[in-house]
Design a protein around this ligand. Structure first.
Ligand code: DP6
Length: 359
C-alpha cells in the first residue's frame, strides 16, 4: 500500500459541527522499535501486546470556523486546559494535514483522560495519539462515507504513527506488528497490522503487571532517544537483530515455547537500554529498583520454574509478563517481594486487550 492512497479526497458530505469519543489502549512492545528515519519510518519491525486497562479516552468536539488558514484547537486533560500538550498536537496536525481535508476548517476541543495516573511514568503517547487519530477518522468518515472499515483502520493507524510511532500498534488486539518484514505478510512501515497467525494458547490473555518504579518525568524523551540511533556505533547490528528477533518470535508465538519467549523478550528489553547506555550522549533510564526487581524475577523463576519474565519500555518501570494460569501465584509474588521497590507501592494490573473502542 502506498502513502498516497491516504491523501485527502474531495469530500462528499458537508458538516458544521459534531462530537465523537474514542478509547484507545497503550501497548507493550516485545520486539522494540528504537531508531527511525524521517516521517516516522521505523528502522526495524516491532511487535507488541495490546493492553486492556491502560487507556486514553478522548472526546473531540468540532465546529466550523470562518478562517481556514490556521489550525485552531484547545486541549484539556481531566477537564483542565493543558497548553503544554499543544506543541506536540500542532506538530501532529502539520504532519497529517495532507491526509485530512478538514483540519483547518474546524475549531477542535480535545478533551482527554487516562485510566492510569498521568504522573505514573507510563507513556500516554501511544494511547493518546491513537485515540485522537480515531476521533479524526470519525470526522473523515462522515465526510467520506464510502470508505471501508478496513481502510479506515489502516488510515487511523497510519495517522497515529505520524503522532507517535508506537501509537500505530494500539488499535487492535492481541498482537500488532509494525514495520515491513518478510515473515509477516502485508506488514508495512506505514501502519500496524494484526499479527496474522494463530497464537498458541499459552499467550491467550497474557498478563502484564506494571510496576511503577519511578513516576517522574523521563530525563530523555523517546524522540531524542530514537534520534541518538543515528550515528550510533551499534545501530546496524541492532536493526538486524531486531528483525531476526521478529522472525523468531513469530514462530514462538505460534508454538508456545515460553522459555524461548522469555529469553527473547528479556534480551530485547535489555538491548533497548544497552542502546541508550551506548548512545553519545549516553543515558540510563533504569533506576536501582528496576535492577532489584529484575534480579528478584530471575531468582523467583529459578526457584519455582515459573514462566514470569519482564520487559521495559523507555523508562524505569518494569512490565511483569506472565501466562494467565500463573496469575494468582505471580500476583502473590509481586505483592510479597516486588511492591517494596515500587514508588508508593504502586502497580497496575493489566492484560491483553482488544484495541480501539467507540464510546
Ligand atoms: C521504547 O513511539 O514513543 O516504547 O515515535 O518518537 O513518538 P516516537 O516514539 P515512541 O517510542 C517508543 C519506544 C519504545 C519501544 C516500542 O514501543 O516499540
Amino acid at each position: 500500500m502506498k502513502e498516497r492512497l491516504f491523501l485527502a479526497q474531495n469530500t462528499k458530505n458537508k458538516i458544521d459541527d459534531g462530537k465523537t469519543t474514542w478509547s484507545s489502549p497503550s501497548n507493550i512492545a516485545l520486539v522494540k522499535y528504537w531508531g527511525k528515519r524521517d516521517k516516522q519510518i521505523p528502522e526495524n519491525a516491532s511487535v507488541s501486546f495490546t493492553l486492556n486497562n491502560c487507556k486514553t479516552i478522548t472526546t473531540l468536539t468540532y465546529s466550523k470556523k470562518e478562517d481556514n488558514s490556521t489550525f485552531s484547537f484547545d486541549v484539556f486533560l481531566d477537564g483542565n486546559k493543558q497548553d503544554d500538550f499543544k506543541p506536540k498536537i500542532e506538530t501532529f496536525f502539520k504532519r497529517i494535514t495532507s491526509y485530512l481535508s478538514f483540519l483547518k476548517d474546524f475549531h477542535f476541543k480535545i478533551e482527554t483522560e487516562n485510566t492510569f495516573p498521568h504522573s505514573s511514568g507510563i507513556a500516554s503517547s501511544a494511547s493518546g495519539m491513537s485515540a485522537l487519530s480515531a476521533c479524526l477518522m470519525a470526522i473523515d468518515k462522515e465526510l467520506n462515507p464510502e470508505m471501508s472499515a478496513d481502510f479506515i483502520l489502516k488510515k487511523t493507524s497510519f495517522l497515529a504513527r505520524l503522532g507517535s510511532g508506537s501509537a500505530c500498534r494500539s488499535l487492535e488486539g492481541d498482537l500488532v506488528v509494525w514495520g515491513t518484514h518478510n515473515s509477516i505478510p502485508e506488514s508495512t512501515n506505514l501502519f500496524g497490522v494484526k499479527f496474522p497467525f494463530n497464537t498458541h494458547n499459552n499467550f491467550k490473555n497474557y498478563q502484564d503487571t506494571i510496576l511503577l518504579v519511578d513516576k517522574g518525568e523521563k530525563q530523555v524523551s523517546s524522540t531524542i532517544g530514537h534520534n541518538l540511533m543515528h550515528n550510533h556505533p551499534f545501530a546496524q547490528q541492532r536493526f538486524t537483530q531486531a528483525n531476526q528477533n521478529l522472525e523468531k518470535i513469530t514462530e514462538i508465538l505460534q508454538n508456545g515455547n515460553l522459555d524461548e519467549f522469555i529469553a527473547l523478550v528479556e534480551s530485547e528489553a535489555l538491548t533497548l537500554h544497552a542502546m541508550m547506555m551506548t548512545s553519545m550522549p549516553y543515558f540510563i533510564l533504569m533506576k536501582p529498583n528496576t535492577l532489584e526487581i529484575i534480579n528478584k524475577i530471575w531468582a523467583f523463576r529459578k526457584a519455582t520454574n515459573s514462566k514470569v519474565c519482564f520487559t521495559l519500555d523507555a523508562g524505569a518501570n518494569v512490565h511483569v509478563l506472565y501466562p494467565e494460569k500463573e496469575k494468582n501465584t505471580v500476583l502473590q509474588f509481586i505483592k510479597n517481594e516486588l511492591v517494596a521497590y515500587c514508588q508508593n507501592g504502586h502497580y497496575i494490573c493489566d492484560n491483553i486487550g482488544k484495541g480501539l473502542e467507540q464510546l
